[in-house]
Design a protein around this ligand. Structure first.
Ligand code: BGC
Length: 452
């Protein structure tokens, strides 16, 4: 699958009041954020104190393999940051591992907080805005053993963690996402059984967990706003355009309500809404069904549907009236040219939203690295950068060079037009060996703010 040439189009209007630059090309606003995203458990390695680690090691959990050393990013985060800077992106989205920061209830690890503080400070040093996610699927073991998100105290426990971490890092944070895809935590953990705690069809728990996650977000926003630093705060919601198969109307309405609207209704006071969308969902009378036979699929088995980001932006903007950021979008594929094709189409959709006056502020590709794809293990390759599974060497793929150049130029360009000339390249480039933020400057910018 090659990349299709991108035709230049005349914009249909103002780009949400931003600087539109050349009128005859697919240009993006000057202050548009270009980023790549990761999450702690998927890249750090050795997250032995989380409920996911337990789940991966449980017989019968259905997990393909353990996260193990993942990408060894707890040690190699400087290389990751060097890659982000080298590619030419303006923001790096990563998550805090709650189980490292609060290993036992009420006990706070200054060393873990310092670790994340060093990442934030090093981002700043190299001109990259740190976008920090406070919860990305994993819970500390102690939290899970108290009932996890079903427990009535769960929103308060999460808010306390946000308050502590926000107090330590807030002066360096560029943007915060409270909870990553709370709707997936509830759906996959309590109805599908493929995330911890591995429950199937537990509708009652699904409803309780959904309500608690909505409240956890609200309390987290309050806790972070009360702390140091002034930065935009939002939720990162998984969204999926629903294709109703005849007879599926009622189920589709219920799915929209429980998966999206119940969250969107609460977000009117947030600084932005983070949308994450990869594909769309077909819903019949009994629930989700496979897409029609012959549909093009990605390596995850989803329909190849790069319009997903555009659909999510439009729906979130209409429902909330808030600025929108695509906090995740991407494709799992071993064909890097297909990645460029997918992202090009997705960015065309983002651009159409801008032309229609929707306030879209940024696009984060998922993911920076080929990493641990939860129950699927290391099989699916979402990364702009490959990671050697035995040496951990990071090698940017041609798509990384292309995406970086799009970001630098703020213009959608075909892969063939990149200065590095990616036309026939399919494989990752040389290993990136540089790092940023040496250990000696670890406390750069630290205004010692230990938690209570
Ligand atoms: C999640 C990521 C995941 C990605 C691809 C998103 O739902 O936030 O953790 O790796 O999708 O499946």
């Amino acid at each position: 699958m090659g990349t299709r040439p991108i035709k230049k189009q005349a914009p249909r209007g103002d780009l949400a009041g931003h600087d539109t630059e050349a009128p005859d090309s697919l240009r993006f606003p000057k202050d548009f954020v270009w980023g790549a995203a990761t999450s702690a458990h998927q890249i750090e390695g050795g997250n032995t104190n989380s409920d996911w680690w337990d789940f991966e090691h449980q017989a019968g959990s259905g997990c393909a393999e353990s996260s193990g050393d993942a990408c060894d990013s707890y040690s190699r985060w400087r290389q990751d940051l060097a890659v982000v800077a080298d590619i030419g992106l303006t923001s790096y989205r990563f998550s805090l591992e709650w189980s490292r920061i609060e290993p036992t209830e009420g006990e706070w690890s200054l060393a873990a907080l310092d670790h994340y503080r060093r990442i934030c400070a090093s981002c700043r040093e190299v001109g990259i805005e740190p976008t920090v996610t406070f919860h990305h699927f994993t819970n500390p073991r102690w939290f899970a053993s108290q009932g996890g998100w079903e427990a009535p105290q769960s929103p308060a426990l999460f808010a306390r963690f946000c308050e502590k971490a926000g107090r330590s890092l807030g002066d360096l944070i560029g943007r915060a996402c409270t909870v990553n895809e709370p709707n997936m935590v509830a759906l996959i953990g309590y109805l599908l059984g493929e995330f911890p705690p591995g429950r199937k069809d537990d509708t009652e728990a699904f409803v309780t967990v959904t309500k608690n996650l909505v409240e956890a977000h609200r309390r987290a926003v309050e806790a972070l706003r009360a702390g140091p630093g002034v930065y935009p705060i939002g939720l990162a919601l998984s969204m999926s355009e629903v294709q109703v198969v005849p007879g599926g109307e009622e189920f589709a309405a219920l799915a929209r309500e429980m998966m999206e609207d119940i969250y969107l209704r609460e977000l009117g006071g947030d600084d932005f809404v983070g949308v994450q969308s990869y594909s769309r969902t077909y819903i019949g009378p009994q629930g989700p069904v496979d897409p029609p036979r012959g549909t093009r699929l990605t390596a995850m088995g989803y329909e190849y549907w790069p319009q997903a980001a555009e659909a999510a932006i439009r729906r979130a903007a209409t429902a909330t009236g808030r600025p929108v950021i695509v906090t995740e979008n991407g494709i799992a594929t071993n064909d890097d040219a297909e990645r460029v094709e997918y992202v090009s189409e997705a960015l065309r959709g983002v651009h159409r939203c801008l032309e229609d006056g929707i306030d879209v502020r940024g696009y984060f590709y998922w993911s920076l690295l080929d990493n641990f794809e939860w129950a699927h293990g290391f099989g699916p390759h979402f990364g702009l950068v490959s990671v050697d599974r035995s040496t951990f060497a990071r090698r940017p793929k041609p798509s990384a060079r292309w995406f970086g150049e799009v970001a630098r130029r703020r213009e959608l360009i075909p892969a063939a037009q990149t200065s590095s000339g990616l036309r026939n390249e399919r494989r990752a480039g040389p290993e990136i060996r540089s790092t940023v933020g040496e250990e000696s400057s670890a406390n750069a910018g630290r205004q010692s703010r230990p938690p209570d």
